[in-house]
Design a protein around this ligand. Structure first.
Ligand SMILES: Cc1cc2nc3c(=O)[nH]c(=O)nc-3n(C[C@H](O)[C@H](O)[C@H](O)COP(=O)(O)OP(=O)(O)OC[C@H]3O[C@@H](n4cnc5c(N)ncnc54)[C@H](O)[C@@H]3O)c2cc1C
Length: 448
């Protein structure tokens, strides 16, 4: 029997998934306490507030959160429309945090999680002693369970092709910008990138979004040059499923990027694994690959190579993570881009998200570790299942209550090449199992 039932369930992060966790827990009569490092809920989403999501509203709200919000007269936005990040915050996340009231605390950063009186090594009492959550303000919060939904936004992958920062990358300062999709409606940003040579690194949805925006800028501002650095030797499935994608806005992103390449507005540089960034003070930069190839006269670099989880403050918790993805071991095979090259992901819940540490779960974007393709809707199903597991309803926890969208890449449904035509899948198989080796499975790709 759980002796800690009166204690709160601490949820780390007031992002979409952390807030959904709180709503799901509260609906089942448990007491959630959400700790958010930022000054306001949705702190990470606010950072990319100008970007329009490819998911429509119908995919971006959690059912328990909707029920909680409805009590304060909230009406759901048009389910077919795709909001910007800022609209997601204003029309859903901020009202949801308000409805949760003092169960959400902002400006509180979690700096450690452990078991009361025990470090990682001690076996005794792991089932009976509560978890302890340490904050940057020196608090020691006792918890029945912990759901770490702190995302990966603050730990972006570097430009370096081998996963370490390229030599000179950190010294290049603000001209090598990580995890930033420029807001090209902003005059300052237009002036920064217009008429310049911009290198975009990465092959996920963030990179495609940035490329499509920069290509439009290049049409308007003479002298704008866009190079696209890819570690892989060809486009492969980088443009996604186009019309076959069950999320039309996601499919359209790939089409726009593909058209930009065809129009000569974006110049791909294949097989380029950046090793060094060199610059003469005040002058342009040079990117040098591990094979000595160079990209000269670079003014700005946008590093959109995906994210990785921050695991340092979980050192005293017995996590069980996949060696490749740093995702929970039972979840990893479902999301591994080496296997599921299509990016389609299957629903999963508490069983896949748990760890040897009783009562500790990773959820949301962080649960995916380094895998791309996370969708908020997946996260809502994760925390619904975790909440059921914490109430002891293991049957409900195991039930799959979600249908996710396929990317349209798998099973020959459609693969856009640079000419915009569909060319079938590389594997030619169902979901998935590549028949050919995947050269750059994550591809520096992010789910964004
Ligand atoms: C440009 C872009 C576009 C995207 N488009 C889509 C889309 O169309 N559809 C979709 O489903 N998904 C999209 N995503 C993915 C999206 O980020 C996730 O779906 C969603 O934000 C994940 O929610 P989360 O709660 O797991 O993490 P986050 O949104 O990252 O929230 C984590 C929260 O935890 C807080 N935090 C971090 N560390 C700590 C700490 N130590 N202590 C306390 N708090 C902490 C952060 O401040 C943040 O508020 C996109 C992502 C990007 C970057």
């Amino acid at each position: 029997m759980d002796v800690n039932v009166e204690l709160p369930v601490v949820v780390i992060g007031a992002g979409p998934v952390g807030l959904a966790a709180a709503a799901e827990l509260a609906e089942r009569g448990m007491e959630p306490l959400v700790l958010e490092a930022g000054a306001a809920p949705g702190a990470s989403v606010r950072q990319w507030g100008h970007v329009r999501l490819f998911s429509p509203w119908g995919w971006l709200t959690d059912p328990a959160a909707e029920r909680l919000l409805a009590r304060s007269g909230w009406t759901a936005p048009d389910s077919e429309a795709c909001p910007t990040g800022a609209e997601w915050v204003a029309d859903y996340l901020a009202p949801l945090a308000a409805a949760l009231g003092n169960r959400v605390r902002t400006g509180v950063r979690v700096v450690g999680v452990t078991r009361r009186g025990r470090d990682r090594v001690v076996d005794a009492g792991r089932d009976s002693e509560p978890l302890i959550v340490r904050t940057d303000g020196g608090e020691r919060i006792t918890a029945r369970a912990v759901v770490d939904a702190s995302g990966t936004w603050t730990t972006a992958n570097p430009l370096g092709g081998d996963g370490l920062p390229a030599i000179g990358e950190l010294q290049a300062g603000r001209r090598v910008r990580a995890a930033a999709i420029p807001d090209l409606s902003d005059p300052g940003e237009r002036a920064r990138y217009g008429g310049r040579h911009v290198v975009v690194a990465g092959s996920g949805h963030s990179a495609l979004t940035a490329l499509a925006g920069l290509a439009a800028l290049a049409r308007e501002v003479p002298g704008t040059r866009v190079s696209w650095v890819l570690r892989r030797s060809g486009f492969g499935q980088v443009f996604g499923g186009g019309d076959a994608d069950q999320l039309p806005a996601r499919g359209a992103l790939g089409v726009r990027a593909s058209e930009a390449v065809q129009a000569g507005l974006v110049e791909p540089v294949f097989g380029f694994r950046t090793e060094r960034v060199e610059q003469v003070e005040g002058g342009p930069m040079v990117l040098i690959s591990d094979e000595g190839h160079k990209i000269d006269d670079v003014d700005e670099v946008l590093v959109l190579t995906g994210f990785r989880p921050e695991l340092g403050w979980l050192s005293e918790v017995r996590t069980e993570l996949d060696a490749r993805l740093q995702a929970p071991v039972r979840l990893a095979p479902l999301i591994d881009p080496n296997v599921h090259s299509c990016g389609t992901v299957y629903p999963h819940g508490a069983a896949e998200l748990g760890h040897p540490e009783p009562g500790f779960y990773l959820a949301g974007m962080k649960s995916y570790g380094r895998a791309p393709t996370f969708l908020a809707r997946t996260g809502y199903e994760q925390v619904r299942s975790i909440a059921d597991a914490l109430t002891g309803d293991h049957e409900a926890a195991a039930r799959v209550e979600l249908v996710l969208s396929e990317t349209g890449v798998c099973g020959g449904a459609g693969l856009f090449d640079a000419t915009g035509s569909t060319a079938g899948t590389e594997s030619g198989s169902g979901c998935c199992g590549p028949a050919v080796p995947v050269e750059d499975p994550v591809g520096g790709a992010s789910s964004s």
